[in-house]
Design a protein around this ligand. Structure first.
Ligand code: GTP
Ligand code: MG
Length: 535
């Protein structure tokens, strides 16, 4: 059963060295990482244990400025490998990483006491006692990434812990949070991530959320090896043809279509470590989003996010404001705007409450409150719409069809309008009158295309050329002259038309083009003849 393990621990305590000693892979691949001798971004390496267990190791940076990166790397993993320098003992990020792991629900793992090659027996014993107190129940193994001492014990301890661990949520719909995207020549954009749930195979259609883009999977790899289908708990690389690298980034989610929706609000049960300030960074999946915290009762809050996340009930988030101030468990990823202690309590107790639409036995159900909010949102948008076209695009979510008849709005094409709503000039009444007063046979510039379209529909002007218009009476006069000439002479030239109307060449040209567009005339060489339909 494939599992992922994330390293954790204070800067320079030997995480990357240990990962390399275990896997043979140096995950500090950035030039800056090599120059500074510290990890900056996440590193990845496969680890096969003696009993055949396949682990994916995510190596995280220890620097306090990169804790947010550590959170992204640890989200969704199954096990931790906490690395403590035996000589230094637990330091600030040892504690902070451990707190983050607990907040993310990563409960099981191993402690490696590194640099045992340069620690004496007493120091090792002290470090061991401290580690056992810090992480009760975890195996503590003394190792050296330099000499390889203790690595076999570490592998055995990892195997024992892994065998007792299940990857949670395996059967839920497919969900993967992107931690890297890059371009490979001849392949295109590739994204990688830890597959939280479901599976991903060649040809699958997935959605990139919250961007709302549909993509098709060309190929799938697990640690550089092509596979037909990757499963939950694996580190996956996915080739997405036709997608720009900038179209999918760390923080985005790849999900089964229709299974998860982005959300700007999360109702949560708080797990504070310190006072939770009013504004925090919410870390969810590989995303990091600013949020306002609306405290509800003693233990709950609504997180109002500055950008949407793709979350589900039971997900864990980490809250940071300079340091890690706590975490939370998502109770409702699509809550009403005004939540209550009663509602959150009921959800926490497992009483099913429906707010936004869910499929139940093949039919969509939703709460009246949700419908009222949706209608209010749409009506607000309609009120803000251009009075010349007072409609808004209707919802496109999977439930849109089922919900539409309950909205009390009128569908015209792809837009929703208030029943019987008609286009109105509104504040443009004066502008329309001024424009009409200017209209004649010489084309007048119209700066407002929506206004021009509206007035033309009402028969109050005729558009010619690009952004120009003439009076309807002038258009008719010109048309009558043209038809009379064509009926008499069989055809008309631009010069003749110009002379007949007594206008300039440019005006004559614009009018003739409009007659062509209206299907009245047809060009034959330098002349125009009436179309049969035009007669
Ligand atoms: N003697 C000895 N030195 C070690 C051992 N492990 C790591 N080191 C040294 O400690 C320093 C830091 O090691 P890294 O593996 O880069 O530490 P890290 O925890 O990955 O550091 P960050 O990623 O920046 O947090 C390097 O100079 C290593 O050579 C060990 O087991 N024994
Ligand atoms: Mg490192």
């Amino acid at each position: 059963m494939p599992l992922t393990v994330a390293t954790a621990g204070h800067i320079d305590h030997g995480k990357t060295t240990l990962v390399e000693a275990l896997t043979g892979k140096n995950t500090d691949r950035l030039p800056e990482e090599q120059a500074r001798g510290i990890s900056i971004d996440l590193g990845y390496a496969p680890l096969e244990l003696p009993d055949g267990t396949q682990l994916s190791v995510v190596d995280v940076p220890g620097h306090e400025r990169f804790v947010r990166t550590m959170v992204a790397g640890a989200a969704g993993v199954d096990l931790f490998l906490l690395v403590i320098d035996a000589n230094e003992g637990a330091r600030p990020q040892t504690h902070e990483h451990l707190a983050v792991l607990r907040l993310l629900g990563v409960e099981r793992g191993i402690v490696a006491l590194t640099k045992s090659d340069v620690a004496d027996a007493d120091t090792l014993e002290l470090a061991r006692a401290e580690a056992e107190e810090l992480v009760p129940g975890a195996a503590v193994v003394a190792v050296s990434g330099r000499t390889g001492a203790g690595l076999d014990d570490l592998r055995a301890a990892l195997a024992a812990t892994a065998s007792a661990q299940e990857h949670a949520g395996r059967d839920a719909p497919t969900r993967l949070y992107v931690d890297r995207s890059f371009t490979l020549r001849g392949i295109g954009t590739v994204v990688t991530g830890t597959l939280w749930s479901g599976s991903i195979g060649e040809g699958d259609e997935l959605r990139v959320e919250p961007r709302g883009r549909t993509v098709r999977v060309r190929s799938v790899q697990v640690h550089d090896r092509p596979v037909e289908r990757a499963n939950a708990g694996q580190r996956v690389a996915i080739a997405l043809p036709g997608v720009e690298r900038s179209d999918v980034r760390r923080g985005d989610a790849l999900v089964a279509p229709g299974a998860y929706r982005p959300s700007y609000r999360l109702d949560v049960a708080l797990e504070p470590l310190a006072d939770i300030p009013a504004r925090v960074h919410v870390h969810h999946g590989t995303a990091d989003v600013l949020a306002r915290v609306i405290i509800v009762g003693d233990r709950y809050a609504q997180l109002r996010l500055a950008a949407p996340v793709v979350a589900a009930r039971g997900d864990r988030v980490v809250l940071r404001a300079g340091t890690t101030v706590g975490g939370a468990v998502v109770l409702d990823a699509h809550p009403p705007r005004h939540s209550s202690v009663e509602r959150m309590g009921a959800i926490e107790r497992g009483e099913t409450l429906v707010h936004s639409p869910v499929l139940a036995d093949g039919a969509w159900i939703w709460s009246q409150e949700w419908l009222d909010e949706l209608r209010a949102d749409l009506e607000r948008a309609i009120d803000a719409a251009d009075p010349l076209d007072p409609g808004v695009p209707g919802p496109v979510e999977p439930w849109a069809k089922a919900v539409a008849p309950h909205l009390g709005l009128e569908r015209r094409g792809a837009k929703l309008y208030r029943p019987g709503a008609a286009a109105e000039l509104g504040s443009r009444t004066a502008a329309a009158a001024a424009l009409e007063a200017q209209l004649g046979l010489e084309p007048v510039k119209v700066d407002d295309p929506a206004l021009a379209r509206f007035l033309e529909e009402q028969g109050r002007l005729v558009r010619v050329g690009d952004g120009l218009a003439v009076a309807p009476s002038a258009y008719e006069r010109a048309r009558d002259a043209l038809v009379a000439e064509c009926e008499a002479a069989g055809r008309i030239t631009l010069a003749r038309f110009r002379d007949l109307l007594g206008v300039g060449r440019k005006t004559a040209q614009l009018l003739l083009e409009r007659f062509d567009a209206d299907g009245l005339t047809r060009r034959v060489g330098d002349e125009r003849v009436l179309r049969r339909r035009g007669r």
